[in-house]
Design a protein. Structure first.
Length: 313
């Protein structure tokens, strides 16, 4: 469904992002220094393609980060089986590494352009997708508006809208209705999500379930698993999985409180973003804890107290 013209808040957003796009090179360079962008592919964030568009029908599938990318992998595989060319975009280095291991001749990965009109237009001019699929809660006004202007069908898959996000959008009802009016079909994770999308003005909504339940568990390397189990032995293990900044300190504090009552305690910290491994190691060092990072290639030793699993797979 095509939407009406942009509301005042959406026009303001368009103007601000256009102005901010002039600062994009400096901001992206800063992210490169922080290890958050691939310096070899930084131009992709400004809509400059690093690959040719193949001939034939193309479906563009977008997921913001690791969780969204993993959830849409079965969907991309089905599209590839049906002979479509598939362009997958994401916004994080970790997600790009996951896709690199799923090499397929019909699948292309690019980093999603920043949501400024000139970057979005450049991206769409090159790739010209026949269908766009956005995962979960990726609602980018300039991108969605440009797809609508070009008549490209847009489907929100595995759609998710938290109660808090729904309340925020409800304060801008006309803008929400205009933005969601660009979505031709909204496939929500749950009935609650579907109701929130419908209340905000999404024209066609269905609750189809969570795609993450269709993702098979990753296969473990039997040899690596056996080696890890032999190294850990009967030690008590505390696992903190998918941690975010600010949570690792609490995990380390918990380890300090438990280690006297649990002799030999090994705490394994798995950051949601592996590039934070060095920062977590530094936090553990401040607490004078013997620490090893998986990225170094070493397993935890007998004296290791904190093991940082800062790798994928």
């Amino acid at each position: 469904m095509r939407s009406n013209g942009p509301t005042v808040p959406l026009r303001l957003y368009r103007g601000l992002t256009s102005a901010a796009s002039l600062l994009a090179p400096a901001w992206l360079a800063h992210r490169v220094r922080k290890g958050k962008e691939d310096p070899r592919r930084i131009a992709e964030r400004r809509g400059i393609a690093s690959a040719e568009r193949p001939k034939g029908p193309m479906v563009w599938v977008h997921g913001a980060s690791v969780g969204e990318i993993l959830s849409i992998l079965p969907l991309t595989e089905r599209l590839l089986e049906r002979g479509f060319r598939v362009l997958v975009t994401s916004g994080t280095l970790t997600s790009s590494r996951i896709l690199a291991r799923r090499a397929h001749p019909g699948l292309i990965h690019q980093f999603v352009p920043l949501d400024a009109r000139r970057f979005v237009a450049r991206f769409l001019d090159h790739w010209q997708p026949d269908l766009a699929l956005m995962a979960e809660s990726e609602l980018w006004p300039n991108l969605m508006g440009e797809l609508s202007r070009r008549g490209t069908p847009l489907v929100l898959v595995n759609g998710r809208l938290s109660e808090r996000s729904g309340e925020r959008w409800a304060k801008l009802p006309k803008s929400a209705r205009t933005l969601l009016g660009t979505v031709d079909l909204c496939l929500a994770q749950s009935h609650e999500d579907a109701e929130r999308f419908h209340a905000l003005g999404a024209p066609r909504v269905a609750a189809t379930g969570n795609l993450k339940f269709d993702v098979p568990p990753p296969e473990a390397d039997p040899e690596a698993l056996a080696e890890m189990q032999a190294q850990v032995g009967d030690r008590p293990v505390l696992l903190a999985a998918s941690t975010h900044p600010g949570e690792d300190e609490s995990v380390i504090e918990t380890h300090l409180r438990l280690r006297d009552s649990l002799p030999g305690l090994l705490t394994i910290i798995v950051p949601r973003h592996p590039e934070r491994g060095e920062a977590i190691e530094a936090l553990a060092a401040q607490a004078e804890l013997d620490t090893i990072r998986r990225a170094t290639g070493y397993l935890p030793g007998d004296a290791t107290e904190i093991y940082v699993a800062d790798t994928i797979g």
